[in-house]
Design a binder for this molecule. Structure first.
Ligand SMILES: C[S@@+](CC[C@H](N)C(=O)[O-])C[C@H]1O[C@@H](n2cnc3c(N)ncnc32)[C@H](O)[C@@H]1O
Length: 270
């Protein structure tokens, strides 16, 4: 399954809800692990692509000796990231990861948290990372495992599909959870010229409340656009349906749910 039209549209009110509710729930934990992999390489020049509202950027900018360039396709996401950045050491630039505006061999590490699933051509995205990396440089990124291993996304998607079966509300399954087979990821990296590829499956825990998780998914991701395009459905009703699905699974209020992702590292040949 490949990304659909609008799947990369993190715009409008989405960045604010995304940063406030999605990031603490499911993005902060993987960011810690990815930042550790990046900083273990002791890089001087790091390029982050698909930086979003900057959860990984904020961890990387703590390293005082790193020159950090943070990029994203969507200016509203990057503006939200810049507002929260405190070091003054980050260069912010709107950029498509599959067509990078940087010279060859200019970075030691390219980092990307949960962005590859959105690239219209992933091999092209990896090839661009390889082009801007120095020989021996590190590409470090992550991608969500299948939706059945990520309980909140599954519950919200199933609740909406059951309530409005005629609607096309497959964003979560199609894109964030549509690129999870390790063999496919490795094959794409090999095609893009990478070697020394490592894929680690990581289990984590999402903490939220049923009300906030429903708002997060229905209003803080491009699922919102899909809901708005759906005749007979609106964002408020969809959020109620999602919350009811979560309450049926976890009971009302705070809950913990399993999550799983792949953390991937690969080297540009030296
Ligand atoms: C799920 S968010 C992840 C954001 C951030 N890395 C995080 O961990 O919170 C996906 C991000 O990919 C960005 N994106 C989608 N397609 C892109 C592309 N072709 N090039 C660069 N960024 C892209 C979106 O704008 C969005 O910010």
């Amino acid at each position: 399954m490949s990304a659909g039209a609008g799947d990369a549209a993190f715009t409008g009110s989405i960045p604010e809800v995304y940063e406030r509710l999605m990031v603490p729930m499911i993005f902060a934990e993987p960011a810690e692990l990815l930042a550790a992999a990046v900083l273990a390489a002791a890089p001087h020049d790091v390029l982050e692509v698909a930086a979003g509202t900057g959860v990984l950027t904020r961890l990387l900018e703590r390293a005082a000796d790193v020159r950090l360039v943070a990029t994203d396709l969507n200016a509203p996401m990057l503006r939200a990231a810049e507002r929260r950045s405190t070091s003054g050491r980050v260069t912010w630039q709107v950029a498509d990861a599959t067509d990078l505006p940087f010279p060859d061999t200019s970075f030691d590490v390219v980092a990307c948290q949960f962005g590859a699933m959105f690239f219209p051509d992933r091999v092209q995205g990896y090839a661009e990372a390889g082009r801007v990396l120095r020989p021996g440089g590190l590409l470090a990124f992550n991608t969500w495992d299948r939706i059945e291993r990520n309980a909140i996304a599954e519950t919200v998607t199933d609740a909406l599909t059951a309530a409005v079966p005629e609607a096309d509300l497959a964003f979560m399954r199609r894109t964030p959870h549509g690129y999870f087979e390790p063999d496919r990821v490795v094959a794409d990296l090999v095609e893009a010229g990478f070697t020394t590829i490592g894929v680690e499956e990581v289990d984590g825990t999402s903490l939220s409340t049923t009300a906030e998780a429903a708002v997060a998914f229905c209003q803080g991701t491009p699922l919102r656009g899909e809901i708005e395009r759906c005749p007979g459905l609106d964002v408020e009703r969809a959020t109620e349906i999602a919350e009811a699905g979560l309450v049926a699974r976890y009971g009302a209020g705070p809950f913990a749910a399993p999550t799983r992702w792949l953390q991937v590292t690969a080297r540009r040949p030296g």
